[in-house]
Design a protein around this ligand. Structure first.
Ligand code: ZN
Length: 156
């Protein structure tokens, strides 16, 4: 199974699971990247700077972690823009269509802490899971990702 991670997952790692306290979690994610089972798309790498320079450098330098945007993905991004012209609001969420397009292209599951909004939600309030649904892309939360990988830490 392959997963592509949203910005809020990486920033949450730094803020809630710092590496000095949770080294096993970070090592597990790195092993998953090494096995080509976890990645981020290029558009997310730009946003990751919000989590600090150390996080950005870790992501950028981790071999195989950052996937380039393909032409196929740009076509999906454009179609999302036509279907939901009010969704992207500048830097606030400009990477979001790229995550959906990337997950669709490589048949991966998106890991994000965003919550799905109900029917009839205005474009500007739509979340990644809503748009992912339209493209038959699955989304899970961080702990679902950890459990799907069978990771647990500490005494057994
Ligand atoms: Zn990827």
């Amino acid at each position: 199974m392959r997963f592509t991670l949203d910005t809020n997952i990486l920033i949450g790692l730094v803020r809630q699971y710092p590496r000095d306290i949770f080294p096993g979690l970070w090592a597990s994610i790195e092993a998953s990247v090494g096995a080509h089972e976890s990645c981020i798309c290029e558009a997310i790498l730009r946003e990751v700077k919000r989590g600090g320079d150390d996080l950005h450098k870790w992501a950028k330098d981790l071999p195989g972690f950052v996937c380039e945007v393909s032409d196929e993905e740009l076509i999906t991004v454009a179609s999302i823009g036509r279907a939901h012209p009010g969704w992207v609001q500048g830097q606030l969420n400009e990477a979001d269509p790229f995550i959906v397009a990337h997950a669709k292209a490589e048949d991966s599951t998106i890991v994000t802490e965003e919550n799905r909004k109900g029917p009839g939600t205005e474009d500007k309030n739509q979340k990644i899971p809503n748009i992912a649904d339209e493209h038959s892309v699955e989304t899970v939360k961080f702990f679902d990702y950890v459990r799907a990988n069978g990771w647990s830490f500490g005494a057994t």
